[in-house]
Structures are given as C-alpha cells and as structure tokens.
Design a protein around this ligand. Sequence first.
Ligand SMILES: [Zn+2]
Length: 158
Amino acid sequence: MDLVSGIGMLADMQIIPVDGITGNYNTNWTGKANAAADALLGGLDFVYVHMEAPDECGHHGDPEHKKYAIEQIDSKVIPVFMERMEKAGEDYAILVTPDHPTPCACKTHVSEPVPFLIYTNKRSLFNGAHRYTEDEAAKTGLLIEDGYRMIDRLFAIK
Ligand SMILES: [Zn+2]
C-alpha cells in the first residue's frame, strides 16, 4: 500500500517487492511470509509486514472476506514465517497487531484498543491469554496507552 511504503521510505527502510500483492484479500500471503523470512535470514534485523486486507474489507463492510483475510494471516503468513525461521535455527520475535479496528458495521476506523501478540522462540512470554481476540486481550488487563510505544516491547526482547 502506497501510504505504508511512503512511511517506510521516510523511515529509511528498504521496500521489499513481493510478486502478486494486491492490498486486499486476494494478495500473495505466503509471498509476504517468505519475503520477510528471506530478508531476516539474509541479514536484516527487522522486517515490517503490512497486511491491508482486513482493513480494506472493514471499509467495504465485507465480513466474509475480512474473516477470510484473517484466516489467511493465521494459516499462510505467521506459520509459514515461523517455520522458515525455525528450520533455519534462528532466534526471532514477532509482534502481530492491527493499527486500529475497522469494524464492518461502521466501515471506518474506530479508536478502541486493539489486541496485540508478541512471541519469541527464545523464551515464554505467556501472560494468560489463550487466544488472539479482543475479549481475551482485555482480560489480561494490559493496555498500552501510546500505541507507538508498543514496538519498544518487541525491541526489548533479548
Ligand atoms: Zn483503513
């Protein structure tokens, strides 16, 4: 998505092309996972993977494709990436989070808190949440008021 690529350029990040990306639910999901793994295994220290489809589907009021997009992230992005890193014997950490909710019912961004997940294969960070959902996240009582500080938690993992 042009906006995110532009932010990456301003942050002096390398933009990694991936064939078949669309910014929607028909994107190249495994291509994104493999590009991220290739970049990290190739020597980069940090990769940001943007998956626009759930937001787009929210804007279109399309819950079926939004669910499909989230299922693709669950099945074709995160596990593919993790498997690549595990097979390579690499220590890694991931942060999974939306930047904001986009409920299909209102077709626009809202300001409610979003769930986030930080995982590392180095050690357990278990905080009591068993599923990645808004309700389960709320039960943990953990709230990061300033979303831009969330990445500090990822970078603090040693
Ligand atoms: Zn949006």
